[in-house]
Design a protein around this ligand. Sequence first.
Ligand code: KG4
Ligand code: ZN
Length: 339
Amino acid sequence: MTILGLESSCDETSVSILQDGKILSNIISSQDFHVKYGGVVPELSSRAHLQMIAPLFKQALSEADIKKEDLDLISATAGPGLIGALLVGLNFGKALAYSLNKPFVSVNHIEGHIYSGFLMDDKPEFPYLSLAVSGGHTLLLLVEDDLNITKLGSTIDDAAGEAFDKVAKMIGLGYPGGPKVEEYSERGNPNAVKFPVAKLKTEYDFSFSGLKTAVLRYIQKEYQNAENIPEGDKPDIAASFQDAVVRALEKNVEKAIQNYDAKSLSLVGGVAANKAIRKKFSELAKKYDKKLVIPDIEFCGDNAAMIAYRASILYENNIISDLTANAYAALPKDIFKVL
Ligand code: KG4
Ligand code: ZN
């Protein structure tokens, strides 16, 4: 079975072709021009997706060495994400499915991330605990089988990636913040400043807004404002912040490992590229004797291979979308079961 995946929810246009689980092509084109605005500008993102989607589709066919008529299934991200951006990939996919008379499956972006571990040779085993950490979401999930995903917890304010991006901005590291904070952290002392981990009443939820405020207060107290932070002090602030994020994620994941009999542990989403978080997950997996699946960096950030893979699973379960499938900005409340 040959599946086309399309992803355009934010600032990556991605087109992928999977054949019987094998990746024939996974092209990811990142919209680097947002850097000068300090964040993603939605209208510019939509326009760039429009420019890129058709040429990337042609390139993917050529890399995979197939014709468009060879595709058996077309899939695209429907949400959550920026509406204008989503509409580009979704409508391209629907039009293609209509013209080729092939089935179409719309995919939830987060489900795509959750399934990105299956793109690796060593795959997660059910039931597994998945931490999905991206710019928009921080979700701890119990994946019992392909259609039974329970949300154990999520962030009550900022997503982990959002906190990385905002703190990077605060200390003048630029955008996108995650990779910059990681780079500075490697030269810093994680114990230089003890930033707090939020204490919540719910067992598995996360909160990063207090941490963000703590970093801001620290900067105000020590330097009055960000312009006065000496370059030499930035690594310690970055490393101390990153360490607080690692501790916050570890706390809930460890509780979930202790309370649920999961076979595997998986870390996915853009923030899963972070080496300190990857290291913490590998320590947890070792400590509790769990199989660990973290996708290669290429599959942590937004990519269409994960969308095509999730579409193949939905299709196997007879879940097919009709061509009225619409884009949605936010994660639907009922997409995952709740505790
Ligand atoms: O999954 P993703 O590519 O897009 C969304 O669906 O949001 O995640 C993007 C997020 C951004 O907030 C970015 O700063 C963060 O992932 N990120 C990182 C790293 N690489 C990307 N955060 C921490 N460390 C990294 N190395
Ligand atoms: Zn994403």
